[in-house]
Design a protein around this ligand. Structure first.
Ligand SMILES: NC(=O)c1ccc[n+]([C@@H]2O[C@H](COP(=O)([O-])OP(=O)(O)OC[C@H]3O[C@@H](n4cnc5c(N)ncnc54)[C@H](O)[C@@H]3O)[C@@H](O)[C@H]2O)c1
Length: 363
């Protein structure tokens, strides 16, 4: 990972840290790429510890733990260390965990989350929440039926600029919001590994990066319910060996571009497009149009929470059309750290989920 990514783990000086409460016992489900950010963040928490890890690939959890300076042990070992399991079910059956981080590829999110919730274990579930609406409903039902907390891993929610977008909308400066355009993406940026196949990812660009763009604006306007959705996906690049390496092109069977026109409650229209590859630099900035003002949010990668430059607010003042930049907010603490910290705080202090499933269900 690059320094920019690793810097996201920078811990804050939380006052709770000195008064560390009981250490919450964590299990990591899926020890792939994103598990690194969960593990590095958890290692910095005085009131949490990783006690177990599971991965379907033999030896992967052990190698992963060693890579991050942790001591893996066999699941039957009495020796101190982090017990390793061949899958999430074996781990949940054997361990008395407080919480798990579900870091599997998308198509395993539902089974891992529902099984953990049904054991009363709190879950921090990576984004996208799942692949289908039926799965999202199943997850929400399991959460409701059990006394366990579920938060979805949208770290941009912790970003000061993202919070500013919500503050501007909620302040009423824009008046009544009636139209939103969002999305973004890459000219060329198709990932590989488990991201490009139905059996593991389920969905492509829309689930990988589209969900962030949607969350940015839907969270700002208070997650109104979608009333109708006309959606489109295509895959003209990922499956083409001209644009993707031949081995990846041969197995590519998800979307690399998605668009949708959504009618939301409160008479809001949402226009969305996202791309892993296209013949353009950006499909457009995010814009939020209201009766009293408009906000332009320069196009961004979304996942790291940063906006693509100062946002511009457009207003009419004393009959004059004016526009001015909103100064960028400084982000002092790493987003991945805050994602874990806010989840642990919610458990320890009985607070609501930092990113509730009841919202992300609509995402
Ligand atoms: N928040 C972010 O910024 C961010 C960034 C990258 C990826 N992600 C999300 O994280 C998730 C994982 O991505 P990744 O790149 O780490 O994937 P990955 O394929 O590298 O790792 C997933 C691992 O989960 C394991 N697994 C699957 N089912 C399992 C089960 N039932 N029990 C135990 N292990 C199981 C797999 O064997 C695999 O090793 C995806 O949903 C992705 O969208 C989030």
């Amino acid at each position: 990972m690059s320094d920019a990514v690793l810097n996201q783990f920078t811990p804050a000086t939380y006052k709770e840290e000195s008064a560390a409460e009981r250490k919450l016992k964590f299990g990591i489900i899926g020890t792939g790429w994103i598990a690194e950010s969960h593990t590095e963040s958890l290692k910095r928490m005085p009131d949490a510890e990783i006690v177990a890890a599971a991965d379907l690939i033999p030896g992967k959890a052990e190698a992963f733990l060693r890579r991050y300076g942790l001591k893996p042990v066999d699941r039957y070992a009495a020796a101190p260390g982090i017990r390793c399991y061949p899958d999430h079910a074996a781990m949940l059956a054997a361990e008395e965990l407080d919480a798990v981080c579900v870091c599997t590829y998308n198509t395993a999110h539902t089974v891992c989350t529902v099984d953990a919730l049904n054991k009363g274990v709190h879950v921090l579930l990576e984004k996208p929440m799942c692949v289908t609406l039926d799965e999202a409903v199943e997850i929400c039902r399991a959460e409701k039926a059990n006394n366990a907390l579920l938060s979805i891993g949208f770290q941009p929610r912790m970003d000061e600029n993202m919070k500013m977008i919500k503050k501007i909308v909620q302040s009423g400066e824009l008046g009544k919001v009636y139209y939103i355009q969002t999305g973004g993406g890459r000219r060329r940026g198709i990932p590989n590994s488990t991201f490009i196949e139905q059996k593991t990812a389920g969905i492509g660009a829309i689930g990988d990066i589209g969900c962030y763009a949607l969350d940015m604006v839907l969270n700002a306007v208070g997650y109104p319910k979608p009333l109708t959705v006309s959606g489109y996906t295509s895959a003209y690049f990922g499956a083409n060996p001209k644009y993707n390496n031949p081995a990846d092109a041969a197995r590519f069977n998800v979307d690399d571009f998605g668009a949708a026109f959504v009618r939301l409650e409160d008479d809001i229209v949402l226009d969305f497009r996202i791309s892993w590859a296209m013949n353009l630099d950006t499909p457009g900035d995010t814009i939020i149009l209201g009766t009293e003002g408009g906000l332009r949010i320069p196009s961004t990668e979304c996942w790291n929470g940063s906006v693509g430059g100062p946002m511009i607010l457009y207003k009419e003042v004393a009959g004059k059309q004016v526009s001015f930049p909103i100064p960028l907010c400084e982000q002092k603490t790493g987003l991945f750290y805050l994602k874990l910290r806010s989840f642990i705080d919610a458990i320890q202090k009985g607070l609501p989920a930092p990113v509730p499933s009841s919202e992300i269900l609509y995402n």
